[in-house]
Design a protein around this ligand. Structure first.
Ligand SMILES: NC(=O)c1ccc[n+]([C@@H]2O[C@H](COP(=O)([O-])OP(=O)(O)OC[C@H]3O[C@@H](n4cnc5c(N)ncnc54)[C@H](O)[C@@H]3O)[C@@H](O)[C@H]2O)c1
Length: 249
């Protein structure tokens, strides 16, 4: 028997749904019968024709307010929010001692404040609908140090973990859950550097106990679980989805 995850008739907003994990999550939610509003700065990709696609910058508070309002008007409610939009600029994000602070600010505006914008818009609507569930995407890199620092990325994602916990505690009484997924290296457009360099990709995979890199679907599976009623006693925590990478000494 199929495992009914309880998404039929529910309404979800997914940021970063123009590619990678966000797109996989939007597709999976549509397949489970949810209404999906997909936000991304990129043009609409294939495979989410049934979603309400809203193109714009997640760092722009006005865009996010308008987009979530349109999602709520179209579906009549907001039950779920997935904050998957994010950037990792391998060329410019480095030690805070050396990097350009305008890059630092932009990374924070997208990775942290963008998620805050979406959460501010979604939470009151979830409360009116009687509850809801939020999943934010951080990274395993915000739970450990890095010999090749990407300080803006790492610190912005650590902020997201803290923000998620605070929202979880503040709104538990309104039946709103908030959790963070910390992915390990995952094959998505963000890791396009590996398309040209299969050896580097194989090296990265060999450093993962389960012997492979993650896929967008691996992350989508974890996300749908955390959004679903099957996770109804889980809030304010992090789910590491990394093939065992963080468990290594
Ligand atoms: N791929 C990995 O290895 C990995 C590992 C750890 C964490 N993550 C995190 O998981 C999340 C999803 O990553 P992914 O691998 O699917 O990356 P991705 O680059 O494939 O997808 C991220 C999406 O966010 C969108 N986006 C970027 N800036 C935006 C903006 N200003 N406004 C609106 N949308 C914007 C992009 O257009 C893109 O479609 C990200 O937050 C990322 O930091 C990824």
């Amino acid at each position: 028997m199929a495992w009914d995850m309880g998404f039929a008739g529910k309404s979800a907003v997914v940021t970063g749904a123009g590619g990678g994990m966000g797109l996989a999550i939007a597709r999976a939610l549509l397949a489970e019968g949810a209404r999906v509003a997909a936000l991304d700065v990129k043009a609409k990709p294939e495979g989410i024709d049934d979603a309400l696609y809203l193109q714009g910058d997640i760092a722009d508070e006005g865009f996010v307010a308008d987009a979530v309002a349109r999602a709520a008007a179209a579906a009549g409610r907001i039950d779920h929010l997935v904050n998957a939009a994010g950037v990792l600029w391998f060329d410019r994000d480095k030690s805070a001692i050396d990097m350009d602070m305008s890059d630092w600010d932009r990374v924070f505006a997208i990775n942290l404040k963008g998620a805050v914008h979406a959460t501010r818009q979604a939470v009151p609507r979830m409360a009116r609908a009687g509850g809801g569930a939020i999943v934010h995407f951080a990274t395993i890199q915000c739970l450990r140090g890095d010999t090749k620092p990407q300080d803006a990325y790492q610190a912005s994602k650590a902020g997201l973990v803290a923000f998620s916990k605070s929202i979880a505690v503040q709104f538990a009484g309104a039946h709103i859950r908030s959790n963070t997924i910390c992915p390990g290296p995952t094959l998505t457009p963000m890791q396009a550097r590996w398309d040209e360099n299969p050896q580097a990709q194989a090296r990265a995979a060999s450093g993962i106990p389960l012997g492979r890199l993650g896929t967008a679907e691996d992350q989508a599976n974890a996300c749908l679980f955390l959004l679903s009623p099957r996770a109804s006693f889980i809030t304010g925590t992090e789910l590491v989805v990394d093939g065992g990478r963080l468990a290594l000494p």
